[in-house]
Design a protein around this ligand. Structure first.
Ligand code: IMP
Length: 428
């Protein structure tokens, strides 16, 4: 199969960026597509010891000659996109991919960020305006990039939306002055300037992405879909209401890009332990010193907000659930090196809820509050595994850990991340 989807199977931050980067190269990918989310995401790719963090740009952007796509399901903040493009150019010159942006993307406007900040406590959002932008998208009030290509049309849409948003923010906020931050002239000028600069960039093109993808499929191009966030943060299939506002799961690819469902191999990315940022249930969370150790050794701090991530044992009931939702064909296990030196290792293989046993995760947070977790205990390993490149380089107990994942999920683990660098991967 020529097309690939990379989907997070837990609560995000599984290390998808690095695997996108690796598979783009290994599988001769021509086009890398982001289909949902916005700058709430953070993808890190380490190339020659240098860290590149992207929030909006697809991780494939470091490959000159390829095309990266921001699909219609993504929400964009033009100032952030411009900044990322500038940073990219200052780091790699013009050695990066072409960027095609769907004219149907919705714009994150200043009022969305204010509304998100007022409401962020509820789910611990990233305060980037993502939720309110999707609210207006679904409420048919959003401003799309297509509205912003003509200054008159853009100005009119901003005026219309400002009237309503000022009223709304006054209602929402305890601080009477919050709505005054919204200066019509400044918003129009800033956005117009940023969008003009983006459009002038010779490597950027704005068009209807679905047509481009359709033609590319006909020409037999290899397309990779890069999910942001993950299955349990999905608005439909995640731990609602503690979720993001888009669909990182498989359906999001079709609604968020216009790709036709053909020839798609779906990889689930699984971190060797579990992490979560923000609020919401997390049954295998470790609130003790081991949790702190995972955070420190695994550098588990948000790429976008810098917030410490909550850490815990690997929960295979989650991976089974994610397989069911996304139809995974194979798994990619990341950050296995972080577990070196921990003994024994625990893996959740089932829950007992009100006396009933199950081996598939439930997203009902009332039930999650009272689960009794059934763990399997496995022996750990002491060796540094960052130099391992093939299966036989891994200690027996690390192999056993991986085999446990395979047996439980009935899926092959094809790639294993053993360090942050581009090459620190065991491929099978
Ligand atoms: P929002 O996407 O900013 O609305 O935040 C909603 C929830 O999703 C919060 O719990 C965030 O911490 C979480 N979230 C959003 N983006 C990411 C991500 O890229 N990685 C992990 N968690 C995320």
């Amino acid at each position: 199969m020529k097309n690939i989807a990379i989907i997070g199977s837990q609560w995000g931050d599984e290390g998808k960026g690095k695997m996108v980067d690796y598979l783009t190269q290994k599988k001769g990918i021509d086009i890398v597509v982001r289909y949902q989310g916005g700058n709430n995401a953070g993808h890190t790719v380490v190339v020659e010891g240098k860290k590149h963090a992207f929030h909006l740009l697809p991780s494939g952007i470091l490959y000159k000659g390829k095309t990266c796509v921001i699909g219609n399901g993504v929400v964009i903040n033009p100032a952030i996109l411009l900044e990322e493009l500038k940073n990219l150019e200052s780091q790699v010159g013009e050695k990066h991919a072409q960027l095609l942006i769907s004219s149907k993307v919705h714009l994150i406007m200043p009022w969305h960020i204010i509304r998100d900040s007022i409401n962020s406590g509820k789910v611990g959002s990233t305060k980037r305006g993502i939720g309110p932008t999707y609210m207006d998208y679904v409420g048919r009030q959003g401003i799309r990039l297509i509205d912003a290509l003509d200054k008159k049309r853009f100005t009119q849409r901003i005026r219309e939306e400002l009237i309503w948003n000022k009223k709304l923010i006054k209602l929402m906020s305890k601080h009477a002055d919050t709505a005054k931050e919204l200066n019509e002239k400044k918003i129009i000028n800033d956005y117009w300037q940023d969008l003009s600069a983006i459009r002038k960039n010779p490597l950027v093109k704005i068009s209807d992405v679905s047509q481009f993808l359709s033609q590319s499929q006909e020409k037999g191009k290899n397309i990779l879909f890069e999910g942001a966030q993950a299955t349990l943060l999905d608005i439909a299939h995640g731990t609602y209401p503690f979720v993001t506002s888009s669909n990182p799961t498989i359906g999001g690819i079709y609604t968020g890009s216009g790709f036709r469902p053909r020839n798609l191999r779906v990889y689930g990315v699984v971190k060797a332990y579990t992490t979560r940022v923000g609020k919401g249930p997390f049954p295998t969370e470790l609130k003790d010193s081991l949790g702190k150790q995972l955070r420190k050794v695994g550098n588990e701090f948000g790429t976008t907000t810098g917030r410490p991530r909550r850490c815990g044992w690997l929960d295979l009931t989650i991976i089974k659930y994610a397989k069911l939702i996304n139809g995974f064909d194979a798994l990619v296990l990341t950050k296995l090196d972080i577990l070196s030196g921990i003994n024994p290792l625990k893996i959740a293989v089932g829950y007992e809820i009100d006396g009933q046993k199950t081996d598939i995760f439930t997203t009902d947070f009332q039930k999650l509050k009272k689960v009794k977790i059934i763990y399997d205990e496995l022996p750990g390993w002491k060796e540094d595994i960052t130099k391992a490149r093939k299966w036989s380089d891994l200690p027996k107990n690390a192999q056993r850990y991986i085999q446990k994942v395979e047996d439980f999920t009935n899926l092959p683990v094809e790639l294993i991340g053993v360090g942050p660098g581009r090459k620190e991967i065991v491929s099978r």
